[in-house]
Design a protein around this ligand. Structure first.
Ligand code: ADP
Length: 289
């Protein structure tokens, strides 16, 4: 059994009764290895990575805890983080999933989460988006926050990764021009999941929406909505119901591309391939607005 010694230690820390400990591999994550730790009726979900990546799991716990404290949408409860045997781990409640959430229920819950406001944009700690660092130093100015910590940071990475100078130049021009997207729109700092694509959400067996694997921070709620539309679409029912709880500004359609550019640049930096060309096209369209 691959995780024998780690599982035995986790079972002790979780004060599980003596018994046969099973580890069942769970597939589907992008970044980490995962397994279900089972001991009789007790089941936990465990993610594992290199020991030096422990801070990633500590930050994931901070995000899950923040959403959990908001009491707006179900997230797994985190029981342990730590490192052992050259592995970092995060242990959380195992959730049995029953498919995708109903769009209306998901919309109500996400809007409620977005109605948890902070005074400033940012988060209590830095975290990761995919495996890329995501900086969250608090800032009262959203445009400045987005320019420095989101768009600017990814452009710097793109430059270090040797991407086309045309992409970097155009990106920097856009970065200098962000004000035009916010002339009549002044977002509040909402609690965001931060990586809300369809692979990070589902419903439990009672049909309650569940979100997981966050990259939390306080930011413009439109950034979460945009990400929901990047790889798939939550459907019109979602947006209709969401707007009943949290109105969506008429300029959202333009800012959606700006917000998703961050994720597309991140994909370009992580995976290369066609994402750099996609990012360049997005930048050209945004510059032309
Ligand atoms: P990664 O950090 O590697 O992207 P995820 O957090 O997305 O990993 O988890 C990988 C998969 O494990 C998810 O797609 C989901 O199916 C499942 N999963 C995530 N959290 C739980 C949980 N608390 N209980 C049970 N299964 C989970």
């Amino acid at each position: 059994m691959k995780w024998r010694s780690l599982s035995a230690s986790l079972a002790r820390q979780l004060q599980l009764p003596d018994g046969d400990i099973q580890t069942v591999p769970v597939h589907g994550g992008d970044i980490n290895q995962a397994f279900r730790l089972e001991c009789g009726v007790h089941k936990y979900f465990v993610k594992v990575n290199r020991a030096d990546l422990l801070s990633m799991f500590v930050a994931e716990k901070a995000g899950l805890d923040a959403i959990r404290r908001s009491q707006t949408i179900r997230v797994p409860e985190v029981l342990l983080t730590g490192d052992e045997d050259n592995y970092a781990y995060i242990v959380m409640e195992n959730i049995e999933f029953g498919g995708q959430a109903d769009a209306g229920r998901l919309a109500t819950a996400i809007a409620a989460m977005h109605c948890c406001f902070e005074e400033q944009f940012g988060f209590e700690c830095d975290n990761t988006i995919g495996s890329t660092p995501q900086h969250n130093a608090f800032n009262t100015d959203w445009i400045d926050f987005w320019r420095q910590h989101r768009l600017g940071f990814q452009l710097e990475l793109a430059q270090q990764n040797g991407f086309d100078a045309g992409l970097i130049d155009a990106g920097n021009r856009l970065s200098e021009n962000l004000v035009k997207f916010f002339e009549t729109y002044h977002p509040r700092a909402s609690l965001l999941h931060g990586d809300l694509w369809s692979g990070n959400q589902g419903a439990d067996l009672d049909g309650n929406p569940v979100i997981y694997d966050p990259a939390c921070y306080y930011g413009d709620h439109e950034a979460d909505l945009a990400m929901m539309e990047l790889f798939g679409h939550p459907g019109h029912n979602f947006f209709n119901r969401y707007s009943e709880h949290f109105p969506i500004d008429s300029g959202y359609a333009e800012r959606r591309e700006l917000y998703n550019l961050y994720h597309v640049l991140n994909h370009a930096n992580l995976f290369g391939g066609g994402y750099a060309a996609q990012a360049q096209r997005m930048i050209e369209r945004l510059l032309a607005l």
